[in-house]
Write a protein that binds this ligand. Structure first.
Ligand SMILES: C[S@@+](CC[C@H](N)C(=O)[O-])C[C@H]1O[C@@H](n2cnc3c(N)ncnc32)[C@H](O)[C@@H]1O
Length: 320
């Protein structure tokens, strides 16, 4: 997956004139913070350099993860055509770009972001783009009122981790109250990210939400640590991305966990592939999470005919 060309160009323009060698150390610290799962609740302290490093090395991956999560929603809810959106912890507006690619009928979005620096970059990236009407709010979602009324699509992408653990429950309750149809939460695909997703899943099911993706059921999650539910999206690395990260490989796999819940049930027409398919000559092994709440490997062999062909085409994250 690559960024939409307009977003790619806007990111490149924003980085133009910045010595990438200067950004490399900030980008490395950012990546390390992400790997170490450090909670960062000081969003207001984000510097210009932090934001530029984010654009260079994190935005492509978070865009790809959010877009893949939205695609999974669209697959199980073909009737869902959101017109209004609310994005919390919007950063430079990543989720809105992904949402408007997935659902071109979006007309109006409220983006809540604690950092004025991120907001400024978000506005700059969106200038001249064919995006829905955007209202930015520089606010702390943990304490400030979010008085935009209910929204068809509510998103919280890579931001639950940045909320202090003690406020997560109340923020999620408010976000669900603001959800007219569907709420999508995306987190880093780490064991800790999955635990946050699991806690949100339990809370939202108790609040009456229907789980629509990735789980094809609302029963207890069948996975047990050290296993965890996560997905991967391959992202093309731009030249700027490679130079800032000081790597040569032209792509990276963004690992993410996500949850989509809705006020309307989805038609769960299959099992979810929850690991990279293992393909051998005459058979393919798929690790599946099934509508009956179970999860295990299924070996599909050439003798299974059409099923084998479908298994060959299955990807990590797709429905089978
Ligand atoms: C890792 S970034 C994710 C940005 C964007 N959602 C994305 O996926 O690329 C997390 C964002 O959440 C914002 N944030 C963290 N805590 C917040 C809060 N309490 N209220 C509003 N924004 C917050 C940060 O400033 C930061 O921009």
């Amino acid at each position: 997956m690559d960024l939409p060309p307009l977003l790619r160009r806007a990111v490149d323009d924003a980085l133009n004139g910045t010595a990438l060698s200067d950004l490399a150390a900030t980008a490395a610290a950012l990546s390390q913070r992400y790997r170490d799962e450090q909670h960062d609740t000081k969003s207001h302290a984000i510097s210009d350099r932090d934001a530029l490093a984010y654009l260079a090395v994190r935005l492509p991956g978070t865009y790809a993860a959010v877009r893949a999560s939205f695609d999974a929603v669209a697959e199980v809810r073909s009737d869902f055509a959101p017109k209004t959106a609310l994005d919390i912890g919007a950063g430079p507006g990543t989720a809105l770009w992904a949402a408007s690619e997935c659902w071109p009928g979006l007309t109006d979005a409220v983006l809540v972001e604690a950092s004025p620096v991120f907001r400024a970059y978000g506005e700059r990236l969106a200038a001249g783009a064919d995006l829905p009407r955007i209202t930015w709010r520089v606010a702390d979602a943990a304490v400030d009122a979010i008085d935009c009324g209910t929204r068809d699509l509510v998103t919280l992408a890579y931001a639950l981790n940045e909320l202090a653990p003690k406020v997560r429950h109340s923020v999620l309750r408010r976000l669900w109250d603001l959800t007219a149809d569907t709420l999508v939460i995306v987190e880093p695909g780490t064991p800790a990210g999955w635990q946050r997703i699991l806690a949100a899943r339990t809370q939202l099911i108790e609040a009456g939400a229907h789980v629509i993706a990735p789980c094809p059921h609302a029963k207890a999650c069948p996975l047990q640590p050290p296993d965890w539910c996560h997905f991967a999206q391959r992202v093309a690395r731009s030249r700027v991305h490679r130079q800032t990260k000081r790597v040569d490989v032209p792509w990276e796999d963004e690992k993410f966990s996500y949850l989509a819940v809705s006020r309307k049930p989805a038609l769960h027409a299959g099992a979810r592939v929850i690991a990279r398919p293992r393909k051998a000559g005459g058979h393919t092994t798929l690790k599946l999470c099934r509508p009956d709440g179970s999860a295990s490997d299924q070996v599909v062999s050439r003798r299974d005919g059409a099923l084998f062909k479908r298994a060959r085409n299955a990807d990590w994250g797709s429905l089978f």
